[in-house]
Design a protein around this ligand. Structure first.
Ligand code: CA
Length: 470
């Protein structure tokens, strides 16, 4: 009897201390700020000289700069699909940029996939996405069906920045792929009349979301489409860059500066509401800069958006968690956007539905774990039959016509191809890629580059719908 009493007491005490350690309300908020097509060099924390980003730099000062921070693909759609599921997107066939196809329920993120919002909702989070969705235009694939309580933005892969250019109501009125850039914005499933420059509108909505949900644990996915083309900015931001002569670079800088104002205001708000220590903030770009399209700068990296040189997949990447993760760190081990989901799942104590490819970064950032978070990171471009792998000291790219191997730690610019120097090293890395390929499937849908073929197979793609039904 005495033993039973002690056991009960012990159970009660253990339960009590566990509950004390992390009550549900203390699950941290997660904010992910994702920019679009921003160059590696185009943030202050990576050394930008012509574009000051004091707002974004606060995240780096308060926390960690990931000098080897990667995304899982070199263009928007697949990279975002990887981020939002925490899984290599070729596991579920999201290998291409989706087309604008509002009648096609396959064109986007498969319903088999759990989004970060689906996952965090299981732990009672309020979830919001602002800006660019790009995970499908069919009503079954819209954000509110994919775990998000709140959505303000647009569905397509890019958008016009000025409200007067939003001259069609919905995707159903589009007659070409890029008409998707001209739709009115959506608040959840309703079209709205917005009057502000798009980047400013998204920043305003971010502040409102945080104010409204400051008491609940929340996920805010702030997906700015800036500084993706078209290059468009207001005088307020352009006037800051009279020192830049190239008009395209000047406009790009203004677009980055608009994002930076929004990020700075968001940082101010977290401070003012005293929720900084209960909020993780991630900042990254969805892929490297397409230097010709938007005048971005990936230096000192080689290459740009769409290829597997570092300029395509290594991005400006920083995070903060005040009071938990020591400030002012530079973390050089490779990390990947897929780690954000795994980190969020661990902190919210949720078991994800599907197998993840990322890891919880926190123990590595607090010093509890000393080894690198990843043995290797991988990339596949299905249509071009290209693969890439990054390990601690190596980066290899295999293309049908050429093979590259770089001593990436000492050669960040990928200037010296050492593929012939040591065949056994190449074979070891190639074998890893072969193993990784086993978890991948073929693309689930035709993509942006197959626009004409898709039209031939789907002749009703742009024929008028009777009524927007969601
Ligand atoms: Ca992009």
């Amino acid at each position: 009897m005495k033993n039973i009493t002690w056991t009960l007491l012990l159970l009660f005490w253990t339960g009590f201390t566990l509950a004390q350690k992390r009550p549900a309300l203390e699950r941290p908020n997660i904010i992910v700020i994702l920019t679009d097509d921003q160059g590696y060099a185009d943030v202050g924390f990576n050394g930008s000289k012509d574009i000051p980003t004091p707002g974004i730099d606060r995240i780096a000062q308060n926390g960690v700069v990931f000098t080897s921070g990667y995304v899982s693909y070199a263009v928007c759609g697949p990279s975002r699909a990887g981020f939002i599921t925490g899984r290599y997107q070729d596991r579920f066939g999201f290998s291409r940029n989706p087309l604008l196809a509002p009648k096609d329920s396959i064109m986007g993120l498969p319903l088999s996939e759990e989004t970060m919002a689906d996952m965090l909702k299981k732990a009672g989070y309020k979830t919001g996405v602002l800006g660019k969705w790009h995970m499908g235009t069919h009503p079954s694939l819209w954000p509110n069906r994919r775990g998000f309580d709140e959505f303000y933005g647009f569905l397509e892969g890019g958008h016009q920045y000025f409200p007067e250019k939003w001259d069609i109501n919905s995707e159903g009125e589009a007659r070409t792929q890029y008409d998707g850039y001209r739709t009115k914005l959506l608040r959840n499933t309703q079209r709205v009349e917005e009057t502000e420059y798009l980047t400013d509108a998204l920043s305003r909505e971010a502040l409102n979301f945080v104010k409204a949900h400051q008491k609940a644990p929340f996920l805010l996915y702030l997906a700015y489409n800036a500084p993706h083309a078209p290059l468009q900015a207001t005088e307020k931001y352009l006037s800051r860059f009279d020192h830049i002569e190239d008009p395209r670079r000047k406009t790009y800088a203004a677009m980055v500066s608009a994002v930076d104002d929004g990020v700075g205001a968001l940082m101010d708000l977290l401070e003012e509401l005293k929720i900084e220590e209960n909020t993780l903030v991630f900042f990254l770009s969805d892929n490297g800069g397409p230097t010709k399209d938007n005048a971005s700068d990936n230096s000192p990296l080689r290459g740009f958006k769409s290829d597997f040189f570092e300029g395509g997949v290594r991005v400006p990447f920083a995070m903060q968690w005040k009071g938990q993760v020591p400030a002012g760190q530079r973390f050089d081990h490779p990390v990947i956007s897929l780690d954000i989901f795994a980190t969020a799942a661990a902190l919210a104590e949720v078991k994800p539905k599907n197998e993840l490819d990322g890891v919880n970064l926190i123990p590595f950032l607090t010093g509890d774990k000393k080894d690198p978070p990843h043995q290797a990171l991988y990339w596949r471009n299905f249509d071009r039959n290209r693969f890439a792998i990054r390990t601690a000291d190596s980066k290899m790219i295999l293309q049908p016509d050429t093979e590259f191997l770089f001593d990436i730690e000492s050669d960040i610019s990928e200037s010296k191809n050492v593929i012939s120097a040591d065949p056994s090293r190449k074979y070891r890395l190639a074998e890893r890629i072969e193993q990784w390929k086993k978890i991948l499937i073929d693309p689930a849908f035709l993509g942006l580059l197959e626009d004409k073929e898709y039209n031939r197979l789907h002749t009703d793609r742009f024929t008028p719908e009777t009524k927007e039904n969601d």
